[in-house]
Write a protein that binds this ligand. Structure first.
Ligand code: GDP
Length: 174
């Protein structure tokens, strides 16, 4: 059985847990009370193959200010980087995370694993409070050779499933 390890990263409140729980349970949990980091496990069938998946969600992002990410970078096969489109600071944090991932791949002389990183602009339902344009997200993703989408963990179920499936499929085909 193939094993897939995915880390969901982003600033506190961006919606990491909401997205992860949406994918795993198809439900939106408005207030997900967890202050400790979690690794969720799930068996899934992807393109006819049985997979064992682990998703790391740091929940409260205790090391918010530190971008060493050394453990996560060694552990994960792929990343979902989440920001909140109604919060510019969360976009700046996502950008710093992407640079850190890219630099670590370059330092390790690894081929930059294109598209095994997915940049997600969450809370699209709050577009009336938007602080980050769709084109800014798209450009950041293109500059860092990763996939991009905007969605809402609160309102979109299928889009969340599709996004996770795409990044998992990218990992398995690399
Ligand atoms: P985390 O700290 O990144 O794990 O963020 P959470 O998943 O705990 O979400 C933080 C807050 O944003 C919670 O109050 C969620 O209900 C809310 N939230 C998450 N996703 C969405 C979304 O798509 N739309 C809206 N309006 N709120 C969301």
């Amino acid at each position: 059985m193939n094993e897939l390890k995915l880390a969901v990263l982003g600033s506190r409140g961006a919606g990491k847990s909401a997205l992860t729980v949406r994918f795993l349970t198809r439900r939106f949990i408005g207030e997900y009370a967890s202050n400790s980091e979690c690794i969720y496990t799930k068996h899934l069938c992807l393109d006819g193959r049985q997979m064992h998946m682990e998703i790391y969600d740091p929940c409260s992002q205790p090391r918010q200010g530190k971008l060493s990410l050394t453990d996560e970078l060694h552990w994960a096969d792929g990343f979902v980087i989440v920001y909140d489109i109604s919060n510019r600071a969360s976009f700046a944090f996502a950008k710093a995370l992407l640079y850190r991932i890219r630099d670590s791949h370059l330092a390790a002389c690894k081929r930059v694993v294109e598209s095994a990183v997915f940049l997600v602009g969450n809370k699209q339902d709050l577009c009336h409070m938007r602080e980050v344009g769709w084109d800014e997200g798209q450009k950041l993703a293109m500059d860092n050779k990763c996939q991009f989408c905007e969605l809402s963990a609160a309102e979109h179920c299928q889009e969340v499933v599709t996004m996770f499936t795409k990044v998992l499929r990218t990992i398995t085909t690399n």
